[in-house]
Design a protein around this ligand. Structure first.
Ligand SMILES: [Ca+2]
Ligand SMILES: [Ca+2]
Ligand SMILES: [Ca+2]
Length: 334
């Protein structure tokens, strides 16, 4: 490699991360790198809700920047329910649907039902591009399965993000076990090669905590203009430690935490400087007796009742806060 080429690549590495405000380069792992979350969780529809789930589905949106013209794949790690990683009840007898949607009806800014937050919502709206139902299948255990290739223009174009949007619907069709899995949006079928500037988001985050006292999980909602306060709701935290919200302007607000099979909520004020940036919701595990295999569900909505998206790669980056966190109690919603 000659000297000019080395200088060129060095410059490229310096310039690229700042050339796309709000979007980062390596943003396609879901859960994201900064979130420190091992797995997403979806239970079969015959499961008890106290196992951490209340609607037996998870919906994620993937964004492909308009400038990207190549094909891409959405890869799923451990899509089966069996063998490693998954949560067994009795026998492994759960079937999980994974479906990738594009076209009109997908964009959740245009079609709110696409978010799948309310009972009766037609969250499968859009064109089904690829799907598969996974059961207890050793050939997909602890392995990646790739959906695609997809052409970016098969997505639903969103002007605000200047991106094509695709939707992944995961649904526990039958059985009572928990399917643990994660995603990666990749340029290749057989390896994880990120699409520059891509991202992913959801409006209802259902995830698994690490079985580790020291581990802190993070999720990063984006606060859009017009938000004055938000209502947070968390489900089935099993009273495992504490949840705080941190931002550039919040040193730490302690939230009400849910017990087993129970929702808790708070109202969190939003300050003007927080608009157009991300909040950092931190999930700190209880010290002492380890709460094992803890699955938790989190949703947020603004004072207008509009749900806030959680991005796998935080928009504007991880908010920087003062490490000496002072904790105060969030007021109850009125
Ligand atoms: Ca497995
Ligand atoms: Ca079972
Ligand atoms: Ca699995």
């Amino acid at each position: 490699m000659n000297c000019k080429r080395i200088i060129f690549i060095t410059l490229l590495l310096i310039i690229l991360p700042v050339s796309r405000p709000g979007l980062t380069l390596l943003a396609q792992a879901v859960p994201g790198k900064e979130e420190n979350i091992p797995f997403l969780v979806t239970f079969g529809k015959d499961a008890e809700t106290s196992w951490g789930y209340d609607d037996f589905r998870q919906i994620f949106f993937f964004t492909i920047p308009r400038e990207y013209t190549g094909q891409f794949y959405i890869r799923v790690f451990d899509p089966d329910v069996g063998g490693e990683h998954d949560e067994i009840r009795g026998d492994f007898d759960t079937r999980t649907f994974f479906g990738v949607y594009g076209g009109k009806g997908v964009d959740p800014d245009v079609n709110q039902q696409s978010r799948g937050l309310n009972k009766g919502d037609n969250y499968r709206e859009g064109t089904l591009l690829a799907s598969r139902v996974f059961g207890n299948e050793a050939r997909y255990d602890n392995k990646w399965f790739s959906f695609g290739p997809f052409n970016p223009t098969a997505g639903d174009f969103n002007g605000k993000w200047n991106s094509y949007i695709f939707k992944m619907v995961v649904e526990g069709l039958s059985g009572d076990d928990g399917n643990l899995y994660r995603f990666f949006m990749s340029r290749e079928a057989e390896s994880n090669l990120p699409v520059e500037g891509g991202n992913a988001f959801t409006y209802k985050y259902t995830f698994r905590m690490w079985n580790d006292f020291k581990s802190v999980a993070h999720i990063y909602p984006y606060v859009d203009s017009g938000v004055v306060w938000i209502k947070q709701r968390n489900f089935d935290w099993d009273n495992d430690g504490y949840i705080v919200v941190v931002s550039r302007y919040k040193q730490g607000i302690s939230l009400s935490v849910s017990g087993e099979n129970d929702w808790e909520e708070d109202r969190i004020p939003i300050e003007a400087p927080e608009i157009g940036s991300s909040l950092d919701f931190q999930f700190h595990k209880a010290q002492g007796a380890l709460v094992k295999n803890n699955n938790v569900v989190v949703t947020l909505e603004s004072q207008r009742g509009d749900a806030l998206p959680f991005f796998s790669s935080p928009i504007g980056g991880v908010p920087v806060y003062n490490p000496k966190i002072t904790v105060r109690k969030a007021p109850k919603p009125k």
